[in-house]
Design a protein around this ligand. Structure first.
Ligand SMILES: [Zn+2]
Ligand SMILES: [Zn+2]
Length: 176
């Protein structure tokens, strides 16, 4: 999605509203947690802040399907973000410091795709959950414990972790 300087300059108050869709389907391949992404709906406005200085304010919304980190089922979710960035077409004005970032653009075109993509990734949960209290899969029989309980003894743990459990048990004993 590209906004041009002409579009901004031609509006009455130098305030250019925009809306559109961005396709980030390639993220389905890149991110193991995502199985489906609808186009990202983006809307916002671009404005003139100063000579050669522009600001874009946007909000974006995308419906996707993620894989639950505990039970491995897919579930729909809405990934939303709001952001604001500054842009300049004068290289000397561009900067990236702790206080301020001004992005450089050329040929009178501001491309929003990268920013929309970055915001989506920022708002993508590291370990998505289908619900906050998802019970997950039974480590013994593999059943989805959200759907049916099982009778497995889940106290049995990996022998490599047994040592750790012993240590933790000792710890608990010494505290009490
Ligand atoms: Zn789950
Ligand atoms: Zn089980």
């Amino acid at each position: 999605m590209i906004i041009t300087i002409n579009q901004i300059n031609q509006t009455a108050e130098g305030l250019y509203p925009f809306a559109g869709k961005i396709y980030l389907d390639d993220l389905v391949e890149e991110e193991a947690n995502i199985v489906m992404l609808e186009p990202v709906q983006v809307e916002g406005q671009a404005s003139i802040l100063d000579s050669h200085l522009y600001q874009v304010t946007a909000k974006q919304k995308c419906v996707g399907k993620l894989i639950c980190a505990r039970c491995l089922t897919t579930f729909p979710t809405s990934l939303e973000a709001k952001w604001q960035e500054k842009f300049t077409d004068k290289k000397e004005l561009a900067c990236d410091t702790e206080e301020e970032t001004i992005h450089f653009f050329s040929e009178g075109q501001i491309d929003l795709d990268l920013f929309v993509r970055e915001q989506l990734l920022i708002h993508l949960p590291y370990a998505p959950l289908c619900k906050p209290d998802c019970a997950g899969l039974c480590p013994v029989c593999g059943v989805n414990k959200n759907e049916k309980p099982c009778e497995c003894d889940t106290q049995r743990i990996d022998p490599r972790l047994a040592k750790l459990q012993d240590l933790l048990a000792e710890d608990k004993d010494s505290v009490s």
